[in-house]
Design a protein around this ligand. Structure first.
Ligand code: ARG
Length: 587
């Protein structure tokens, strides 16, 4: 792999050398380099070092400046304020760095792989069988998909797990209901598949739920049915399998609409751990991690109490012998640690399930399944809100169906594309409409930190101005159009050329792609990449406003500016791909 050392790292190294020459005890000290408005970079690390060495910070800074080698990489370095260093790099170093990135034969723009790559199991995109997907399932899928891409890009081995809700009480309820009302589904389900069949299943689910909540005897029969299911009764299993198959067809159609590659072998739902449940309970009981309480097998925590002050346990096995959500999750941890050999396990799940995961993780730690070498982390996301700032609902107060939302986004985006379209065919408008619409939905989700709630506002999402994917996609398409217009003239780097301020700003930002990706992957924070890309597009816009490309002063300058356009476009393309968003060549 042709990794390129970033300008930041090179400057950092120069400063560290100068620092240890000026102050030998600071040999391993970090000069704390940051991009800055005053110069290209500012280093703030001298203040703390001077304090430690009981030296005057400005004097120490001056000594460091004397030792910094300038010329090739660093143009200028000066002391500022109480002892900061302001550093300017040479135009030549910027262009040469970008040229090395552009020349990376792996198409990775010189981004080095992580030095600490291991195996991560990521649990995301986990809808529930026999239920329609809603807007909450969007977040897990979109965030998870981007984290998978980011981690894989850094060289991590990633195992995807779609922990679909396909087990437990609700299936006893559904199967029992259908058994008692055999004609509720067949005439409808026979000739339909996908979305429509799912709506029927969803209706059946709601009817079964109503009966379950109002009729104690039905409730008992349904509970007994779930025990049959978990014990492997053939007829019950066959009915269950039909629900699962039908639902999966629907899930795939939604993921397809989301332009997301979900693979069947990675769908290992709650049912997939059924054979482990008994052993999980036995291990927990034998080690004393779980105890019997009122007939149930429970784990207690000092800091988890109900409103009445009584401890609220994690119930691993209910008093009727049924296993719930916790038993499956604990078994899944054993599978992920001991069979899949995970070093990290990430759960992209709604923040409202945080208490569940806190208890599950703590239980697994007590059992010795999780420890300092194998860590579990809930990448908890906030709620999607409507324009009114309340949890997103339809006008009738129902949860919004994910497909309806996606269709609306595509429709709105198609209108935007159509309005701007100059030379697009009807077919292209349809294709772009969905790339722009789905991109808009994903970007809106990924551009705020996952833990925060956000407002689902389609008007804002498909707007051409502001922090939207459409803005980024147009920036990309505009660059492609310039490159096409250049015809025979090809992009080429000319490191001997002096750069305008806007070119320098753009170039220095492109250089930071590698650091941004590494940080976003390390912190499971796609929003950091989204923020970077938005800034990249903004810097490109000001470059484009200030620096004529095809009409630049000399042929070399035309080539060099085309080169800047090209490397920016490639960075945008790669970055957007890591967010799961397409960058059409023409818009
Ligand atoms: N199916 C669940 C839901 O829709 C999410 C599953 C999360 N993953 C897990 N391992 N519990 O809320």
């Amino acid at each position: 792999m042709a990794s390129v050392t970033s300008l930041t790292d090179s400057v950092q190294q120069r400063l560290a050398n100068a620092l240890s020459a000026a102050l030998p005890e600071a040999a391993d000290a970090d000069p704390l380099l940051r991009r800055s408005d005053r110069a290209d970079y500012q280093a703030n690390g001298i203040l703390a070092l001077a304090k430690k060495a009981k030296a005057n910070p400005r004097e120490l800074a001056t000594q460091v400046v004397d030792k910094v080698v300038t010329g090739d990489l660093i143009e200028d370095v000066e002391v500022s304020g109480p002892g900061f260093l302001n550093i300017t790099v040479t135009d030549k170093a910027i262009t040469e760095n970008l040229a090395a990135r552009a020349a990376d034969p792996d198409g990775r723009l010189g981004v080095p792989p992580s030095e600490t790559a291991g195996t991560t199991v990521i649990d995301y995109a986990q809808p529930n069988v026999a239920k329609e997907m809603h807007v909450g399932h969007l977040r897990s899928a979109v965030i998870g998909d981007s984290v998978v891409k980011l981690l894989e890009f850094t060289g991590e081995t990633v195992v995807r797990r779609h922990h679909i809700g396909d087990w437990g009480t609700q299936f006893g309820m559904l199967i029992q209901y259908l058994d008692e009302h055999p004609h509720e589904l067949d005439h409808k389900a026979a000739e339909v598949t996908g979305e429509e069949a799912m709506s029927n299943l969803d209706r059946l689910y709601k009817a079964a739920r109503r009966l379950f909540d109002s009729d104690e005897e039905f409730k008992t029969r349904a509970r007994r049915r779930v025990v049959d299911l978990q014990a492997g009764d053939a007829r019950t299993l066959a009915m269950w399998q039909k629900f699962v198959d039908e639902s999966k067809i629907y899930f795939f159609s939604v993921f397809d609409k989301l332009d997301m590659d979900i693979r069947d072998p990675d769908i290992v739902g709650e049912s997939g751990y059924n054979d482990m449940l008994e052993e999980t309970c036995r291990l927990l009981e034998e080690s004393g991690v779980a105890v019997r309480s009122e007939g149930a097998l429970c784990v207690f925590f000092d800091d988890v109490k109900g409103p009445d002050g009584k401890p609220v346990p994690l119930i691993v096995r209910k008093s009727d012998g049924g296993y719930g959500y916790a038993a499956t999750d604990l078994s899944a941890i054993r599978d992920r640690v001991f069979n899949l050999k995970a070093n990290s396990i990430i759960y992209v799940v709604d923040a409202r399930q945080s208490l569940h995961f806190k208890m599950v993780f703590e239980t697994a730690r007590r059992a010795g399944w999780l420890n300092d070498d194998v860590k579990a982390y809930q990448l908890a996301f906030g709620t999607v809100l409507g324009k009114d700032g309340k949890p997103f609902k339809t006008r009738e107060g129902e949860t919004v169906r994910l497909v309806d939302l996606l269709d609306e986004a595509i429709e709105r985006a198609s209108a935007v594309v159509r309005e701007k379209a100059q030379d697009l065919s009807e077919e292209e408008i349809t294709e772009r409409g969905s790339q722009v619409g789905i991109g808009a939905v994903k970007y809106a989700d990924l551009s705020t930190s996952a833990s925060r709630d956000y407002k689902f506002d389609l008007d804002q999402m498909v707007s051409l101005n502001g922090d939207t994917s459409v803005y980024l996609q147009y920036a990309y398409a505009r660059i492609q159009s310039i490159l096409r217009k250049a015809g025979e003239v090809r992009p080429a780097a000319h490191p001997e050329l002096e750069l305008a301020d806007a070119e320098r700003e753009l170039g220095l930002h492109v250089d930071q792609f590698a650091e941004t990706v590494a940080e976003a992957a390390r912190e499971y924070a796609p929003h950091k990449l989204a923020g970077y890309l938005y800034q990249l597009a903004s810097l490109y816009t000001s470059f484009y406003d200030k620096c004529p490309v095809l009409k630049a002063e000399t042929p070399d300058q035309v080539e060099n500016r085309l080169f800047l356009c090209d490397v920016t476009a490639r960075t945008l393309h790669e970055g957007m791909a890591l967010l799961g968003i397409r960058t059409p060549e023409r818009l």
